[in-house]
Design a protein around this ligand. Structure first.
Ligand SMILES: Cc1cc2nc3c(=O)[nH]c(=O)nc-3n(C[C@H](O)[C@H](O)[C@H](O)COP(=O)(O)O)c2cc1C
Length: 358
């Protein structure tokens, strides 16, 4: 898909162009036009299979995907993962994503809002609440910014500007290493995350960006007071590859190639975190492609399942393509429940019907 023309049509060069704005436009372009998938590492879901039940004793129409997360009702356990904002094309993508999230009762995150702390005039490119009044909507900022002058005030501002229900802090040490002039001071972040959890009036969620969260780190984050964790594991979009593709100098390009397959596969993160913290609200994301992956993620202990680039590809094509993609995701998830004889997510989770392939 060639989106360069779409981006440049909707984005005449403006004096407001900044380094972050250019980066945001490039992230969209690279993610839509280049090979940014992990090479050999996979999400791990292909290593599991559901036991087929040929006698489900259910009416398909009675299948109920409804759930609750962070105090909000969802019609299906699906999160449109944090992606974008800050450019005109991003505004179009965010609007389409929010419209579909509202229609299907899904949750949605926006991309890092640091750009609107620096350039408040770009806030409308994130402002999706009016087209999604009922959804669980998640603000987003890099946790490392807490070491670069950000604190409660900036976090409150991005939550309020978005009218968000919660704030996601993303942890992205590898991405910062591969990005030219990345922010690499991750020292003593945990106490700052803990303080934010205490002071912010909305829940704080912590996610990775596609390299995964291990169970020891998850335990430290939970002890610090985070309300939920999104594992954002390896196997889908490789941010080392994304940053490598857009790097101007050889060193950064090479770093990204070397670390293209770095990280903890999503299925492994889910299993290991659930083994030690059975109660924490958990989002499964990183490399999920379809509704069967979502069903496996839920059976492995996820409460919601997040997809980023698959939603972006559909949204960049058209509103109709995005609608169709979402409709298919839900049909695939329902079919997995039906053919395992489960009428809802709680019974899918406790069914024990997902087995590792030996
Ligand atoms: C174009 C694009 C931009 C992204 N920007 C952000 C971001 O600003 N903040 C964030 O937490 N994650 C960001 N992500 C990471 C995703 O939320 C997700 O964790 C990652 O892409 C893995 O999911 P996937 O394999 O389904 O793409 C971005 C992903 C994409 C594709």
């Amino acid at each position: 898909m060639n989106i360069s023309s779409q981006i440049s049509d909707s984005e005449p060069p403006s004096p407001l162009d900044t380094e972050i704005e250019t980066r945001k436009a490039e992230h969209l372009r690279v993610c839509l036009e280049e090979d940014v998938e992990f090479r050999q590492v996979t999400s791990g879901f292909e290593g599991y299979r559901f036991t087929h039940c040929c006698l489900p004793e259910l009416d398909y129409d009675d299948i109920n995907l409804a759930t609750h997360f962070l105090g909000k009702s969802l019609k299906a356990p699906i999160l449109i993962s944090s992606m974008t904002g800050g450019t005109e094309f991003a505004r179009l993508v965010n609007t389409r994503l929010a419209t579909v999230a509202q229609r299907y009762g899904l949750a949605m995150g926006v991309g890092s809002q640091r750009i609107i702390v620096e350039q408040p005039s770009l806030a409308p490119t994130f402002a999706v609440r009016s087209c999604a009044p009922d959804i669980l909507l998640l603000a987003n900022i890099g946790a490392v910014q807490l070491n670069y002058g950000y604190g409660l005030e900036e976090c409150l501002r991005v939550v309020e500007l978005l009218e968000a229900d919660a704030l996601i802090l993303h942890l992205n040490p590898l991405q910062e290493c591969v990005q030219s002039r990345g922010d690499k001071n991750f020292k003593e972040l945990l106490p700052k995350i803990a303080q934010l959890c205490e002071e912010l009036p909305v829940p704080v969620v912590v996610k990775e960006v596609g390299n995964g969260i291990s169970s020891p780190v998850a335990q430290r984050l939970i002890a610090a007071g985070v309300a939920a964790i999104d594992v954002a594991g390896a196997g889908g979009t490789s941010w080392a590859k994304v940053e490598s593709q857009r790097a101007k100098d050889h060193k950064q390009r090479r770093l990204g190639q070397t670390f293209a397959d770095w990280g903890l596969p999503t299925a492994e993160c889910l299993r290991s975190i659930r083994a030690v913290v059975p109660e924490i609200p958990l989002i499964a994301s990183g490399g999920l492609k379809n509704g069967l992956d979502i069903a496996k993620a839920i059976a492995l202990g996820g409460d919601l399942a997040g997809l980023a680039r698959p939603f972006l590809e559909a949204a960049a094509t058209s509103e109709a393509a995005l609608d169709e993609f979402t409709d298919i995701l839900i049909a695939e998830l329902e079919t997995a429940l039906f053919c395992t004889g489960n009428s809802d997510l709680a019974s899918l989770k406790s069914s024990g019907m997902l087995q590792p392939i030996t």
